[in-house]
Design a protein around this ligand. Structure first.
Ligand SMILES: Cc1ncc(COP(=O)(O)O)c(C=O)c1O
Length: 425
């Protein structure tokens, strides 16, 4: 091993996320990142096929994001956001609301995807509380993943990920995942649930569930469910933490339908994946339910780093990049390449299904009783590393959601790698 390696010290002091530290292989020590590439201590290059946990939409080291960060540091690094405001937070709120439908106008700042979801839940529950119509239940979708804090875990799929905490979760009903043939039945089920008038909100990963294995469902179903929820006065929350910023081919998944949510959660690509930030954007109507002479009717929530100026500056620079024509061109280009790759592999014997939406392509490998911890996941992960691809499968689902700067040659390396794995599995 390289004598200057960081690994012995990592082993001694670091506790990694989502990792069984006893059995996990040695982590990859990355010392440099540029565009779609990551470089390890020993100089090996890896393509960042999943945009480093789905966040680095422009790839690594973008000069415009760097410039925004450096310039902001000279102006304000950080300032308390209660009782204080600053130019970059205001600019960001303006820029984000300009991209969203007209009804989504009020922006609340937090730190990441999970906290954006926590805030959305608190807004929804307190909205009804402030109106003296307390509603205590939430509807979510089977297989959902909304984050790892307690509220977010409560509304996510229950199972081995959160079993030790289950006794602490609040009341959530789950709607069956809407496969095409079951859509109408599930909508009837949803109507029965909404009819009870006990539901504060329904929360959805619109069109595609990420952690469940990049599972897609139809925009027709989504539209009908939103219309129905609204007709019963149930608040609609879209968790666009994963789907936002071009991932589904449109800027946001909500752009695939006419209806709009009451609350949307944004994170991941919001800063180009460079710094952590969560935003929860709500309608004027929700906001107004918190206006009162009584201080306790306010949204009494905040974090030390809420509205951090460096983060806001980078997010503003990200949105400037998103508004440029090359952004859409790259999203379309990657989507077209994925479509061709899908055609090439979807009929292979060991392929159960290929799901493609925008810049995401997921290949479900045929396997009995597959789950998140399937051994095929480790086999695939190791295989891809051995050929210079960093791909982190979800159980038996191999997927690509690369940075938008990924070239067609780099995409071809990713596709060839997956085809190579499909030949040996
Ligand atoms: C749809 C969705 N919501 C929320 C989260 C949680 O985001 P974070 O990991 O930034 O807390 C994730 C993370 O993958 C996600 O995919």
């Amino acid at each position: 091993m390289n004598l200057n390696s960081i690994l012995p010290s990592d082993f001694k002091h670091v506790w990694h996320p989502f990792t069984q530290m006893k059995t996990a292989p040695t982590p990859l020590a990355i010392v440099k990142a540029k565009n779609a590439s990551l470089f390890a201590e020993d100089g090996t290059e890896y393509l960042d096929c999943n945009s480093s946990w789905w966040v680095n939409i422009h790839g690594h080291g973008h000069p415009r994001l760097k410039q925004a960060l450096v310039e902001q540091f000279d102006a304000i690094d950080h300032v308390i956001f209660a009782g204080v405001t600053h130019p970059k937070a205001v600019e960001l709120a303006e820029k984000v609301t300009n991209l969203l439908p007209d009804n989504l106008q009020k922006v609340f700042f937090s730190d990441d995807g999970s906290t954006a979801v926590e805030v959305a839940l608190k807004m929804a529950f307190q909205y009804w509380h402030n109106r003296n119509e307390p509603k205590k239940r939430v509807l979510a979708l089977d297989g959902a993943y909304h984050g790892d804090t307690f509220g977010a875990m409560s509304i996510s799929q229950r199972g081995y990920f959160n079993e030790p905490f289950e006794h602490l979760f609040f009341l959530v009903d789950y709607l069956e995942f809407p496969t095409k043939e079951r859509e109408e039945t599930i909508l009837l089920e949803a109507e029965k649930i909404f009819c009870t008038q006990e539901f504060a909100a329904v929360i959805l990963e619109p069109l595609i569930q990420g952690s469940a294995g990049m599972r897609t469902y139809s925009s027709e179903f989504l539209e009908k469910l939103v219309i129905m929820a609204k007709s019963y006065g149930v608040l609609v929350i879209f968790d666009e933490v994963m789907t936002g910023w071009g991932r589904t081919g449109e800027l946001f998944a909500m752009n695939h339908i006419q209806e709009t949510p009451d609350i949307v959660c944004l994170s991941k690509g919001l800063t180009g994946g460079v710094l952590p930030l969560g935003l929860t954007v709500a309608t004027q109507q929700i906001y107004e339910a918190f206006l009162s002479e009584e201080k306790t009717k306010a949204l009494l929530h905040g974090h030390s780093f809420t509205g951090n100026a460096l983060v806001c500056a980078v997010a503003c620079a990200n949105i400037d990049l998103v508004n440029e024509v090359t952004f859409k061109q790259n999203v379309n280009r990657i989507s077209e390449q994925h479509a061709l790759f899908k055609e090439r592999i979807e009929n292979l014997e060991n392929v159960q299904e290929v799901r493609h939406l925008g810049t995401i392509i997921a290949i479900e490998i045929l396997q009995e009783n597959a789950d998140y911890f399937s051994s095929i996941r480790d086999q695939a992960y190791d295989y891809f590393l051995s050929i210079g691809l960093l791909i982190r499968p979800l159980g038996n689902v191999i997927f690509l959601n690369p940075p938008y700067c990924t070239t067609n040659d780099e995409l071809d390396r990713m596709y060839a790698g997956i085809e190579g794995f499909l030949k040996i599995v």
